[in-house]
Design a protein around this ligand. Structure first.
Ligand code: DQA
Length: 142
């Protein structure tokens, strides 16, 4: 199983700042990930939460399973050490995805506390970043 985990406010995709995040909804994003998984022969599960404790619980479960994770930590990227500590426990690969290019935006978005524990980072390629992350993980899937 590969978990695609999306953090706070990403459930509002489609209507949330479309000039920054595009018009794709979270339901569209979920469909894109499931279709990509099907093509690649991967079992993919997509989840979104605005609750820190829920994300931490999902990361613990992924760590216990040894599962690979595609994580968009959203605003948590920039300050949340509890999410980073949970991500650091993962035993599978971790691809951090940002829809926007955080490096071209406000200064406070330039640094992600998650990146140091991620296998790799994709930023600025829109929702296509999720597809690319899954294609990457497919190369390493057993
Ligand atoms: C984001 C970038 C973050 O700075 C922001 O807080 C988000 C989304 C992105 O996907 O571009 O919520 O992670």
């Amino acid at each position: 199983m590969i978990y695609v985990l999306n953090g706070p406010n990403l459930g509002r995709l489609g209507t949330r700042e479309p000039a920054v995040y595009g018009s794709t909804t979270h339901a569209d994003l979920e469909r894109l990930c499931l279709e990509t998984g099907e093509k690649l022969g991967l079992e993919v599960e997509v989840r979104q939460t605005d609750a820190e404790h829920e994300m931490i619980k999902w990361l613990h479960a992924a760590a216990d399973e040894g599962a690979d994770v595609v994580l968009n930590p959203a605003a948590w990227s920039h300050y949340n050490i509890a999410i980073r500590d949970a991500a650091a426990m993962l035993r599978g690969r971790l691809v951090e995805v940002h829809i926007s290019n955080i490096h071209t935006r406000e200064e406070f978005r330039h640094h992600s506390v998650i990146s140091a524990v991620a296998t790799g980072v994709i930023a600025g390629l829109g929702v296509d970043g999720y597809r690319l992350a899954l294609e990457h993980l497919a190369r390493f899937a057993a």
